[in-house]
Design a protein around this ligand. Structure first.
Ligand SMILES: *[C@@H]1O[C@H](CO)[C@@H](O)[C@H](O)[C@H]1NC(C)=O
Ligand SMILES: *[C@@H]1O[C@H](CO)[C@@H](O)[C@H](O)[C@H]1NC(C)=O
Length: 491
């Protein structure tokens, strides 16, 4: 509600009169917490805060929330470093001591907010840079391509929770997250929550892990992926109608409003598959300013190499934010979606055949983010194609070329964080994405699917077991020792 209220504001010249005021309030919330069920914490006899002090019988005596705001001519506050003061104070008591954690908390809260923002920036920088490296691998040879850097980067970062040793360091280095440490997962947690609470456009993202029911996964891996990536865990239905791939493909289709179908081909899951990790994302945004359909007309589009193709172009005359980056020979336009938080940026080379130079520019470190800054409102005649692109990628080779080698190696991969005693490796990283740009807005969806498999026994056998003469067989329940079936085979 607050977000709706605060969005869509535009500058206007007005006569303004607002009161000069100062307001302070303190709310005691111990009793509220007790009403909400936090009884044990506040009881001197049963509260357990031994994590804070083992000897003392510590309990929560009082908790209050205090805030003050000071509005005056110069702005907020009067030179005080804290302009809007707001903190929660916990009074933890014991028979002998009373600990007031107020100032400590205030400082910590302030630092956390700052660190979170920095972490989000660090993560988006890493993902953007990863995306440019990936672009060089997958896009140069294709006329049209679409993929979701977020989806691929987050799915691989989630998978890295189970990687150890060199496998882990290579993955982190390729993903650009080495310097972020373990906090990258918490940052993703926050990002996923934020994305799923957006209301101005339709946006949802999710993770799921499908596990071969015959194997025991390290509970820590499941716990971490559930906590940090809200990953839903389910078993692979090896006997499913239509094959074990079908329930996973159905899940992906449901998460992407049927835009992404059949990512897994029949036969891609077999007995050596341990788990399938899935990330999906769906976006549906309406333009802040839509295009009139009657203005859309077929027009010549100059392809690289001189060919001319007729494509549907959407037209409008409007004020938009653009930038003429003459130094790099590229013009950038921003097309915002309703709410203003999401935009489609179009980076158009100034020369008709400038795409190759632009792709070279994007290959340079940290160049991509420069495209999104320094745009100003200009009234322009706008024409952009109405289009739909669909791409399916197998990312094994591109990722290997980007330095993630060991994770794909049946003999060298180390995923002991997933199953301690087994040799596991990434058998597939598949990605499928669709985007549809039209007069009313843009719909896009993507899925990344990572398959983890057991290594087939590749060592040369020193012994043989060749059943080429009559034998007896037993079908046995390993857990109880019961022989459920017994037989003989003589050819
Ligand atoms: C996207 O949103 C528009 C407008 O809200 C709606 O008509 C359309 O069906 C949506 N598309 C999908 C694939 O959900
Ligand atoms: C079968 O059971 C034995 C103990 O009876 C156990 O050591 C072994 O790990 C089990 N094998 C499998 C595949 O579960």
């Amino acid at each position: 509600m607050v977000d709706t209220l605060l969005s869509g504001l535009t500058p206007a010249r007005v006569r303004l009169a607002i009161p000069k005021f100062r307001y302070e309030s303190t709310i005691y919330i111990r009793d509220v917490l007790v009403k909400l069920g936090l009884v044990m914490t506040t009881s001197p006899t049963v509260a357990n805060f031994t994590g804070i002090n083992e000897e003392e019988n510590v309990f929560l005596e009082e908790m209050f929330y205090r805030s003050s705001i000071n509005v005056q001519e110069t702005g907020l506050g009067d030179g005080d470093p804290v302009e809007i003061l707001s903190f929660v104070s916990l009074v933890l008591s014991s028979e002998r001591t009373t600990m007031i954690l107020a100032t400590v908390l205030l400082a910590v809260v302030g630092q956390l907010a700052y660190a979170d923002q920095q972490q989000q920036v660090a993560l988006s920088t890493a993902s953007a840079s990863f995306s440019q490296n990936l672009y060089q691998q997958v896009a140069l040879d294709k006329p049209n391509v679409i993929y979701s850097p977020y989806s691929i980067h987050s799915a691989l970062t989630m998978t890295s929770l189970g990687a150890k040793g060199d496998t882990a360091s290579e993955m982190k280095s390729t993903l650009g997250i080495t310097s972020l440490g373990d906090s990258v997962h918490l940052t993703y947690k926050e990002l996923i929550q934020q994305m799923n609470s957006v209301t101005e456009v339709q946006l949802h993202t999710g993770n799921a892990i499908f596990v071969n029911p015959y194997y025991q996964i390290n509970p820590k891996f499941i716990e971490d992926t559930t906590n940090d990536y809200s990953a839903k865990t389910a078993n692979i239905d090896l006997a499913a109608n239509g094959g074990p791939e079908k329930p996973i493909n159905d899940y992906i289709a449901a998460q992407t409003e049927d835009m992404i179908k059949d990512v897994l081909q029949p036969g891609s899951i077999d007995g050596s598959t341990l788990m399938i990790l899935v990330n999906t994302i769906f976006f549906n945004g309406t333009w802040e300013e839509t295009f009139a359909t009657y203005q859309t007309r077929s027009q010549s589009f100059n392809q690289l190499g001189g060919a001319v193709k007729q494509v549907d172009m959407m037209h409008d005359e409007r004020s938009i934010k653009i930038k003429r980056d003459n130094a790099n020979g590229v013009d950038v336009a921003e097309l915002p979606f309703k709410g203003g938080r999401f935009s489609l940026y179009i980076a158009l080379p100034q020369k008709v055949d400038g795409i190759t130079d632009l792709e070279k520019l994007l290959a340079q470190p940290n160049k991509v983010n420069d495209l999104f800054t320094g745009l100003n409102y200009v009234r322009v005649q706008l024409a952009i194609p109405k289009f739909k692109t669909e791409t399916k990628l197998t990312l094994n080779k591109p990722l290997k070329d980007m330095g993630m080698v060991k994770a794909f190696s049946p003999m060298a991969a180390d995923f002991t964080g997933i199953v301690e005693s087994s040799q596991l490796y990434i058998s597939d990283v598949l990605h499928k994405a669709v985007i549809e740009v039209q007069e009313t807005g843009t719909v896009a969806a993507a899925a990344t699917v990572i398959g983890i498999s057991f290594t087939a026994v590749l060592l040369p056998p020193s012994d043989t077991f060749i059943a080429d003469h009559p034998f007896v067989y037993f079908l046995r329940d390993n857990q109880t020792g019961q022989i459920l079936f017994q037989g003989k085979f003589s050819g």
